[in-house]
Design a protein around this ligand. Structure first.
Ligand code: GLU
Length: 416
């Protein structure tokens, strides 16, 4: 069976690019391990007595600025996963050119098993345990899988109690009324749509009405689908944890489907309530015959098990680490273009940077301003990756790494 350990994959990706482009061996060595990993036990009083949950924060690297990256709550969180995700944040922040290093946190928990009060207690207890190592100029968490603005507001509040003053920029992805930025909620999905559209146009591959299949309809998949539909793409297949659905024609009323899913109805029921189009349930969105597939949920969903059946010409990696190393190789051999996670989903952290900047400078930008800046950041990052890919004959993933390493190296040596 292929290795699905994301940390081993992250290390292999670094080694691979170091063998292909000129980069200081000192930098490469530095990036092979996180600067610091903190592992804590998080107590929560539940109706069945006290329960302990395991939590992690990995601070991978801060050459370019404070450690930065989300916190996820998921039953499959592991130390190696968090280390890999923190490494990918270092790379992502360098690719999108924001003055941050990389970090990531997580708690091994299925948040659906907790009440709102327990979730708050867990978040506050975790904040107490990592309070010494976070802060606006040290390490700035944000939402990730199963975490949201409400959870960020509990962190801000608990952190303020601990340090004795409000430090709004200690996390990003906050609610608007608590110093959040306009456009942060839409940012990852919208940024992915900008990136896809730009790359297709630059490569001369854009055609009217291109079809897309989206796996995952959380925050990222939802805003990706809405943004792409607005830009003229046809979303014809969608999937969430309740199953896959392939429609006969473009799905038009995506907004209602997404709204409906917030109730306890499943995807299929919501689709039936809000679409007259025929659809089949027994399909696999990642194997559907479309122009673009966009895995937008978790790691390791394109593997040796299904990669031979991928029929799309483009993979837009909106999740972090959705493709295993072996599957990535098969995609490349088949001539399928992979727009890698550290580029495709960097819109989230780009607007996190805008939020942090607004907090630090006491500014408030309009949604239009934020979207304009996001578009320009995504397009510059895509340009640079395309340029390096052409210049050194690299895949877009390798070129994204090359771009990141170039910036990290320049950051490391700027004061010498
Ligand atoms: N969790 C998001 C990511 O993986 C955003 C991180 C952030 O905004 O700091 O990129």
């Amino acid at each position: 069976m292929e290795d699905q350990n994301p940390w081993k994959r992250a290390q292999a990706e670094l080694k691979n690019i170091a063998s292909k482009v000129k980069v200081s061996p000192k930098i490469v060595t530095r990036l092979t391990e996180p600067d610091r990993v903190v592992e804590v036990s998080v107590p929560v009083k539940t109706k069945n007595g006290l329960k302990l949950y395991r939590g992690y924060r990995s601070q991978h690297n801060n050459i370019l600025g404070p450690y930065k990256g989300g916190i996820r709550y998921h039953q499959n969180v592991s130390l190696d996963e968090i280390k890999a995700l923190s490494f990918w944040m270092t790379m992502k922040n360098a690719v999108i050119d924001v003055p941050f290093g990389g970090g990531k946190g997580g708690i091994i928990v299925d948040p659906k098993t907790l009440s709102t009060e327990e979730l708050e207690e867990m978040t506050r207890a975790f904040t107490q345990r990592i309070a010494d190592i976070i802060g606006a100029t040290k390490d700035v968490p944000a939402p990730d899988v199963n975490t949201n603005p409400q959870i960020m507001s509990w962190i801000v509040d608990e952190y303020a109690k601990i340090i004795g003053k409000k430090d709004l920029a200690v996390v990003t992805g906050k609610p608007l009324e608590l110093g959040g930025s306009q456009g942060r909620t839409e940012a990852t999905g919208l940024g992915g749509a900008y990136c896809l559209d730009y790359i297709l146009t630059k490569l001369g591959k854009k055609k009217p009405g291109m079809t897309v299949a989206i796996q995952g309809l959380g925050n990222v998949g939802s805003y990706l689908s809405l943004s792409l539909i607005e830009m003229g793409y046809k979303v014809v297949a969608i999937a969430d944890a309740s199953g896959d659905l392939c429609a006969a024609e473009a799905i038009t009323d995506m907004n209602s489907i997404i709204e409906c899913k917030k109730s306890d109805k499943d995807l299929w029921q919501c689709y039936k309530d809000h679409s007259d189009n025929a659809a089949v349930k027994e399909c696999k969105v990642l194997e559907h015959k479309v122009d673009v597939i966009a895995p937008s949920a978790l790691e390791n969903v394109i593997t040796t098990k299904n990669v031979a059946n991928v029929k799309a010409n483009f993979v837009l990696e909106m999740a972090n680490g959705p493709t295993t190393a072996e599957a990535d190789k098969v995609l490349n051999d088949k001539g399928i273009i992979v727009i890698p996670d550290i580029l495709a989903n960097a819109g989230g952290v780009a607007v996190s940077y805008f939020e942090w900047y607004q907090n630090m400078h006491n500014e408030k930008w309009t949604k239009d301003e934020v979207f304009k800046k996001l578009k320009s950041k995504m397009e510059s990052a895509c340009d640079k990756v395309l340029e390096l890919s052409k210049k050194h004959n690299l895949t877009l993933r390798e070129a994204a790494y090359a771009s990141a390493l170039e910036r990290i190296e320049a950051g490391e040596y700027k004061d010498n």
